[in-house]
Write a protein that binds this ligand. Structure first.
Ligand SMILES: Nc1ncnc2c1ncn2[C@@H]1O[C@H](COP(=O)(O)OP(=O)(O)OP(=O)(O)O)[C@@H](O)[C@H]1O
Ligand SMILES: [Mg+2]
Length: 365
């Protein structure tokens, strides 16, 4: 296996920058998810690494080689795509063996690699079947197997699970994670599904509009989103973002809503707000850090329930607050009705504060 370095990677189409100065390092054996909304440049980035499209500028290093000008076949990578493109007339065995025959490997070596891959992916019993005799998940496993037999330095995967139904996707998610752990493989995995990225990857690269927004472990990205885009993209239901106005009186910093209520900040949060370039401050809160009250308690602010969605374990309440929609989760035992007047209490230790102009997270020190 090998590490991968992207350095100031740029891809332009005409005047449009699909990939804009992306730099990141994927360590040897690491599973990195490229995640972001449709059109943000994930596939383009992966295709640049694979060599399927030429780079505009920057460098790509795989192992110890700069591969900018190498053909895909010379980059020592294997790709797994969304449409697994198996040969329909060939058995699973032959599908796996084919790339090795192309490389003119000896027959007994091919046989060993195919059988090893089949064992790793638990499909020894499927080797004689044709693709049409397999389920979607089994076909996807064959596609993985075909990448695996090539024993590449890096696996590149572009939304490999998006053709599968929801249940199978969850199962294959664990299988790919297991595959990574067993092989200690270097994997770059593209997905627009933030949950897939959070659950599978060692690190996630969050992209938007061709730019790399944040690159860190899922836990860090979740706990410390660097800006409002990352804050709202990672986590489900999304973090609520409430635009407010900051002011200081008698040494206390308060946030005031358009509706007129105020929220006094803790000293640490007040220090964060002091770093803002503007009086406009956005309060970010995840559903699990907001308490819902049926009557006013000190520190709570008035809101109105909008929708109520029981899911069994928890009930998700969407509420209107200062012109924003706020997601709150409550135990199923708490009954809330749409249009009911409620009060919300924010956890000062776990709230996020963003600069209303730059949209960057405000830090205390
Ligand atoms: N060959 C091309 N010519 C012109 N523009 C392109 C070309 N390929 C991609 N783009 C544009 O580059 C941007 C990034 O595309 P890309 O396929 O990398 O997005 P993505 O993040 O993979 O999105 P999705 O989640 O929908 O697959 C998009 O705006 C797309 O329209
Ligand atoms: Mg794509």
């Amino acid at each position: 296996m090998a590490h991968v370095v992207l350095k100031d990677l740029v891809k332009t189409y005409g005047g449009f920058k699909a990939v804009n100065n992306v730099s990141l390092t994927v360590n040897d054996g690491e599973f990195v998810a490229l995640v972001g909304p449709s059109g943000c440049g994930k596939t383009t980035t992966l295709n640049l690494v694979a060599g399927l499209i030429p780079i505009t500028s920057g460098d790509i290093v795989i192992g110890d080689r700069v591969v900018n000008d190498l053909d895909p076949k010379d980059r020592d990578i294997a790709m797994v795509f969304q449409n697994y493109a198996l040969y329909p007339q060939k058995s699973v065995y032959k599908n796996l063996a084919f790339p090795l025959q192309m490389r003119k490997l000896p027959r007994d070596e091919i046989d060993k690699k195919v059988k090893d891959a089949a064992r790793v992916l638990d499909m020894t019993h499927l080797l004689e079947r044709k693709p049409r005799e397999l389920s979607g998940g089994q076909q996807q496993r064959v596609a993985l197997g075909r990448a695996l037999v090539r024993d590449p330095a890096v696996f590149l995967m572009d939304e490999p699970l998006s053709n599968l139904d929801a249940k199978l996707r969850v199962q294959m998610r664990s299988e790919i994670k297991r595959f990574h752990q067993d092989l200690k493989a270097t994997i770059i995995y593209v997905t627009h599904d933030q949950l897939e990225a959070v659950t599978m990857a060692d690190k996630m690269a969050v992209m938007n509009g061709g730019f790399l927004q944040q690159y860190d472990s899922p836990a860090q990205v979740f706990a410390h989103p660097m800006n409002m885009f990352v804050a709202s993209f990672i986590g489900s239901p999304a973090m609520s973002l409430i635009p407010l106005q900051a002011s200081t009186a008698n040494g206390n910093t308060v946030l005031t809503s358009a509706e007129g209520w105020t929220l006094e900040l803790s000293p640490r949060n007040a220090r964060k707000v002091a770093e803002a370039t503007t009086k406009k401050v956005v309060l970010g809160a995840r559903h699990s850090t907001i308490k819902l009250h049926k009557s006013a308690v000190p520190g709570s602010v008035p809101a109105k329930a909008y929708t109520v969605e029981p899911t069994g374990d928890v009930t998700f309440v969407q509420a209107f607050l200062s012109g924003a929609i706020v997601n709150v989760s409550v135990p199923p035992t708490i009954a809330v009705a749409p249009d009911e007047q409620i009060w919300l209490e924010f956890d000062q230790e776990r709230m996020h504060l963003f600069d209303g102009e730059t949209e960057m997270a405000l830090k205390a020190d």
